[in-house]
Design a protein around this ligand. Sequence first.
Ligand code: GLN
Length: 500
Amino acid sequence: MKSLVGSNIRELKTLLANKSVSAKEITKAHYEYIEKHEVNINAFLCLTKELSLNQASAIDELIARKEPLPLLAGIPVAIKDNICLTNYPTTCASQILANYQSPYNASVVEKLTNDGAICVGKTNLDEFAMGSSCENSSFKVTKNPCNTEYVPGGSSGGSAASVAGGFSVIALGSDTGGSIRLPASFCGIVGMKPTYGLVSRYGLVAFASSLDQIGPMGRSVEDVIFALQSIISECAHDSTNIKEPFKANLDDGNFISIPNEVSDNKPLKGMKIGLIKELDNDGINPEVRKALKNVIKVLNDQGAHIDEVSIPQIQQALPVYYIIATAEASSNLARFDGIRYGYRESNVQNLEDLYLKSREQGFGSEVKRRIILGTYCLSSGYFDAYYKKAQAVRRLLQNELLTTLNSYDVLLSPTAPSTAFKINEKMADPLNMYLTDIATIPANLAGIPAISIPCGLDNTHMPIGFQLMGKPFTEKKLLKIAYVFEQATNQQFNRQINNN
Ligand code: GLN
């Protein structure tokens, strides 16, 4: 029998359904693997073994009673540590929340639990999801399972490492400017940021509320589809959550479905794809461009028509993002003041001193940099020059993307300008680090769905990913193209776990 660790959701579901294994065996196999390999990777901030064994027992009882099994019964999932899980720490990898335990479940956690998933642990991230390498965590640096000298990408680096390392089958990340797609690309897995509002943010600790979105990561497109099916839902606790999501833009009555085996020899016939010129130029690593050329060839062979398109406002995306994201962060993080939330310094003279010292000790340097930048952009003298202007340019970019998407089904680009870099390589140069997000940020600013799919390896054998963006609620179309690509290339670029 194939090892349980490294199996996909479909395989595990079949094994459970025909009683070849129990949910407890699946869970224990993953824990044994974690206990052996986590020391080299540092994917987790907290393991939830007791909870996972209880969840597995509940599934095994369902099986014993011959009851129908829910969608994700027995599937190990890892949760980014800025998403709340009842009675476990939610630290956001920050000292300021080091002792915080969530009294409630995020809506997505509630959904996964109701669908029978097994929660194995909470994963590492850049503090408050601010970063692109996972090095801004105040607890530990996560390593890339493909080569531990390299970063896994960020901010959902722990979630990506958990999936790429074989510790869980799927994971949840959050994506404000690329934090699901970038680590997915760096670790050779699939990661998706859904349309803004499609997945509830209730229980996700806010970084930049108009950009944040929770999404799934997995070793294959199909696993990501399973996870997405579970977490899309209406949620009364999130005012930006789209009501009646299943009525939105239905093509065939089924919002997301598991694709049938691709039998048609031109499954992408009639599909028009726009290759974004501004993201395929000299600023992009030549090996990434070469892999992208191959993607174009494969998609072409599958029947898609590909043109080059220009989205000039993409050049403004980075500065616009770093104004809007920092402005929103400075406001969202005001609640961590030692009174309402977070670490409280006791050796203080008065109330102001308490605020100052608690925040000074609790926040790391990148978070402080963002709070200072954001507060500056929102201050009365600079609001019009920075924040208001950034919002106007954000709208221009969104209009350009949506207009282009009237003529094209999806837009194609690399996920990142380069492959994973070495640990410590960019820490002294924040601007250089920010540039890593050039291709991913536009989707957050426009609120549109985007997915990263593995498509190659560079000459150091580090993974390369490509990105597809679509109109709001075209997740199904993105997933279909991703699935066709994966099938046509025999999943040869996806991370495999060999535990034999
Ligand atoms: N790297 C980007 C940042 O640091 C995006 C982070 C994210 O998507 N959470 O802001």
